[in-house]
Design a protein around this ligand. Structure first.
Ligand code: PLP
Length: 281
């Protein structure tokens, strides 16, 4: 109902972005998505640190320190104090005459919204995914609002009745259209290294930490797309998908129905346990 635009909380119907905002013209902006649960915003500082890092990566100076106060205010103004909620934050390079080069003194646009969000229990979703070429750019480490490659891929999955699209670049699986991907083989967990070809998900980092805690060996090595059937299990990670077991990926079926592999199950349980603790830091 109420959104935050440039430090003002106003009804969304009366919120407008000028047509010359570089976010609108160029997709020149970055964003974050986080969820507020019983114990507060899940890994809020990690998300805000990544927001800051992304601003740095796109060369945009913007002080985000006030956001920490604005989040509870926004939740309050939407009667979401006691509900689970999804919080979206976006910063663009703001209004300037349309030129590709950055303006000298940008005035960034800050946009935030919060909506009620039902968090699905981590162990109930079993999803299907298709493999698509990774036709995105070479800076997928930036959480930019320029998401055409991601939306195209997700739409391709949707048209093929699958839940998610998983990218393949140079013969290797990189990540999903809005999540990271892990494979399991002989008790070893594999995921793409956190280089410029993937977004280094907060959930990805949590999964890796949980593996270490549970003495599950992890290798940050990309899985080969021609070897999908050689994995015992595959799962996705992300703020909204959490840890989602993959039933079918491309032509290969890992598990039927709601079944899922033992390593995925262990990590889902560990993730659920982690959520019972204070994870706002
Ligand atoms: N990769 C992409 C392309 C994403 O869009 C996302 C999340 O939105 C992720 C990975 C997972 O990141 P996180 O775990 O921080 O939500």
């Amino acid at each position: 109902k109420n959104i935050l635009l440039n430090d003002h909380i106003i009804p969304y119907e009366s919120a407008y972005i000028p047509v010359f905002d570089r976010g609108f013209l160029f997709g020149d902006g970055i964003y974050e998505v986080m969820v507020r649960e019983k114990h507060g915003v899940f890994f809020q500082s990690a998300h805000l640190d990544r927001l800051q890092e992304n601003l740095h990566k796109i060369g945009l100076q913007y002080n985000i320190s006030k956001i920490e106060k604005q989040i509870p205010e926004l939740l309050l103004r939407n009667d979401l104090q006691s509900e689970t909620a999804l919080i979206y934050i976006q910063v663009t390079r703001g209004v300037a005459p349309r030129k590709h080069a950055y303006p000298d003194n940008p005035s960034p646009t800050l946009f935030m919204y919060a909506v009620p969000y039902t968090i699905t229990p981590v162990n109930t979703s079993n999803i299907t995914a298709v493999v698509v070429p990774d036709y995105r750019w070479q800076r997928c480490d930036i959480k930019t609002t320029s998401l055409m490659g991601n939306t195209m891929a997700n739409e391709a999955a949707h048209l093929r009745n699958a839940d998610e699209a998983v990218f393949v670049r140079d013969g290797r699986i990189t990540e999903g259209s809005h999540c990271n991907i892990f494979f399991v083989r002989d008790g070893m967990v594999y995921t793409h290294p956190a280089d410029t070809h993937i977004l280094n998900g907060i959930t990805r980092k949590i999964v890796i930490a949980l593996c270490r805690q549970h003495r599950i060996p992890v290798k940050e090595t990309a899985w080969e797309a021609i070897a999908l059937e050689q994995a015992d299990e595959a799962f996705l990670s992300g703020t909204t998908v959490q840890i989602a077991s993959i039933a079918r990926l491309g032509e290969h079926t890992y598990y039927e129905g709601d079944n899922c592999g033992p390593v995925t199950r262990t990590l889902q349980q560990a993730f659920a346990d982690l959520k019972k603790t204070d994870t706002t830091q």
